[in-house]
Write a protein that binds this ligand. Sequence first.
Ligand code: FAD
Ligand code: FES
Length: 362
Amino acid sequence: MDSPVFTPILIMNSILFAITVILIIAERLLVFYGECSITINKEKILAVEGGDTLLNYFAANKIFIPSACGGKATCGYCKIEVLSGGGHILPTEEIFIGRKERQSGIRLACQVKVRNDIEVLISEDLLNAREYKATIYAMEDLTHDIKRVAIKLDEPSRIEFKPGQYVQFKVPGTDEFRAYSIASAPSSANLIELLVRFVPGGLCSGYIHEVLDTNDKINITGPFGDFYLREDSDRGIICIAGGCGMAPIRSILLHLKEKGMPRRLTYFFGARKKADLFYTEELFALSRQFPNFRYVPALSEPDPQDSWTGETGLITHAVEKFIEPGAYAEAYLCGPPPMIDAAVKVLGNKGIAEIFIYYDKF
Ligand SMILES: Cc1cc2nc3c(=O)[nH]c(=O)nc-3n(C[C@H](O)[C@H](O)[C@H](O)COP(=O)(O)OP(=O)(O)OC[C@H]3O[C@@H](n4cnc5c(N)ncnc54)[C@H](O)[C@@H]3O)c2cc1C
Ligand code: FES
């Protein structure tokens, strides 16, 4: 039964919710902003009927800004610079935009409503992102919950990306997008691969695991992301991944393999049990082919029947053990947020400055 204090709070919340809904509907029906212009990089001008968000106007004009949460202000990926006309930053944006970014006008494109003329700057990299019509070429189970999805690009038929970047997959029949890192090498420009882990109750991963099939037609956009191999560096490379964090690291490895593995590289991969490991043979074969490359998988909860003789414990323990203090290296990390946070600390203790640590958390 409700407590006497709880009931008034519930009623208050319901009234506030109802007022918010009424205000949103009233704004939609009654407020007309007329024609507004969005000036991009001081040259391209979009003429729009005001009232919608920058993100939606961009999408309608084939300008693809990363939007992993589909405009719900929960991913923080749709950052752009607003020079004028964007109004005040909203509470929904605050957690994603630091003080320095605020001073330079960074905003979330999904939260900025166009109510008047507005000027924005969008990086050339983002302007190069495209929409691709594509066909599912092959699908394969890699573990009990991870699938490899090979996608053949139809129109345009080639994508240029840096190893480590991601694309967005549009869930058919919806306006929802989800981000998936490209797991293949950039040299394979017509056929890209994704590794998708099943999230129970998940819209997109559920669709990919349970509905998607070979020869299905899909749409993707990209490439996106600042997490990619820095090719102008001569530092050694430390890669740390867990689960589907394998995807961007695999793209980096395949790319470096094609180049003859020019830099020393150690790859730490964390999993719970042997059943969660994949590409193991391929990775050990790579370490036999290139003395510069070392693969270190670690299991945190091996089963007795796994007969596991490799590293055990959290992957950060293996990093502690194998990386020399003061190593002249940069690091690429991809996996669940707690793993990344712990790995950044361990690498910091080894003397690797944060500017040389790149990561994607998911
Ligand atoms: C840059 C980037 C790259 C990514 N690359 C990959 C990749 O290569 N492979 C891959 O499988 N995923 C990747 N992801 C995650 C992916 O974009 C989706 O978030 C994921 O597939 C879940 O989407 P969904 O629609 O199935 O679940 P949703 O419908 O969005 O979520 C359903 C429920 O599951 C929860 N949830 C969402 N994600 C997770 C999660 N990871 N673990 C546990 N619970 C979760 C949500 O909070 C929600 O309650 C990446 C994300 C980003 C931002
Ligand atoms: S699209 Fe995710 S925060 Fe804007």
